[in-house]
Design a protein. Structure first.
Lengths: 170, 170
DNA sequence: CAATTTAACTTCGTTAAAGAAAGTTATTTC
DNA sequence: GAAATAACTTTCTTTAACGAAGTTAAATTG
């Protein structure tokens, strides 16, 4: 009876909140363009083949979310530039993690389309990974997720689930 | 005249391809649940309040994309478990980068809802960042994106854009 | 300096996908 | 053997994405 995309803002989880705001294909593609240096309305359209109404909507959302700020182009007063804020720039690791994951699993036969080099050294950047304090690479199975249930006590997520499922296959 | 979400599969870019496949809110939320250990149809519904038709569709897409595999539950032959493949598990850095970004910028006043600890040491994991070979943290401005134009020569992305825009504000 | 072009939208009609609810099939528990 | 449950499928309604056309203000061209 709805047709609208549901909101899951009520879910008390940082990832869910991030997805609520940034987990939209066009939002992510616009951010990708931003990191490529694209800043203007018609350049987004040229690169993304996005309809004007949707582009307007997504740029507005990104500004509202504090990811981008709007500025008048100094050279052409008709023009607007959308610039990444500090919050927007801080999304870079997510974007690069996504990029590298894609290169690892969906690579073209003829090699990578894009190489990311550290400007200072000229060497490729490291694969974005979850690391321990002493820089060991950690997978999902090496990390313990502690959920704070807001009642004062810290609760072990895994133990709680095990309890609830009463010995089902894990 | 369309109403359908457009495909940008033709865009020759790894990030765009990743977004085409994984840049959907429900896809991302299902993956988040997977990393929490949720594996069964009705558990996804319970946690996500997702409609059955959409959940069916997204699980099918995730299996098709090679992120999840379907298995019959050994204990209950009615049951199906959806398990992360190697490709799916490798998506972990993206998920944690998203989580940490959200905790940094959308944190509740009363502190983090989830703490991620290295099982081996008990210490929190590092913030997921783009790192140089010698572990310097790199921002978007510290990284050079080299585009391979498939014509043999490597082409400097930034220089090319500068040339095209003929001295517009950067 | 008038006419045209351009940037960044807004509005409008159409359609495909998201959603709610009810129905289906094969197990399993009582 | 009856009721419950897991994992869907089907049907119907609504809404948001799409394409195209129109708008406004500034800049460029003749």
């Amino acid at each position: 009876m709805s047709g609208a995309r549901k909101s899951f803002a009520a879910v008390d989880c940082a990832v869910a909140q991030a997805i609520e705001q940034m987990g939209d294909p066009w939002i992510l593609l616009i951010l990708r363009c931003q990191f490529q240096g694209i800043k203007r309305f018609d350049d987004f359209q040229g690169h993304l083949q996005i309809s004007t109404s949707v582009l307007t909507d997504r740029l507005r959302r990104l500004v509202e979310a504090g990811m981008l700020r709007k500025e008048q182009d100094a050279r052409d007063k008709r023009g607007t530039v959308y610039l990444l804020t500090e919050k927007g720039l801080d999304f870079y690791p997510v974007m690069i993690a996504l990029h590298q994951w894609s290169e690892r699993w969906e690579a073209r036969e003829d090699g990578p389309r894009l190489e990311l080099l550290d400007k200072k050294s000229g060497e490729p950047v490291r694969d974005v990974r979850v690391l321990s304090q002493d820089y060991r690479e950690l997978g999902a199975r090496d990390v313990l997720a502690l959920v704070d249930d807001r009642s004062g006590a810290m609760m072990l997520d895994i133990k709680e689930r095990l309890r609830r499922r009463k010995g089902n296959a894990v």
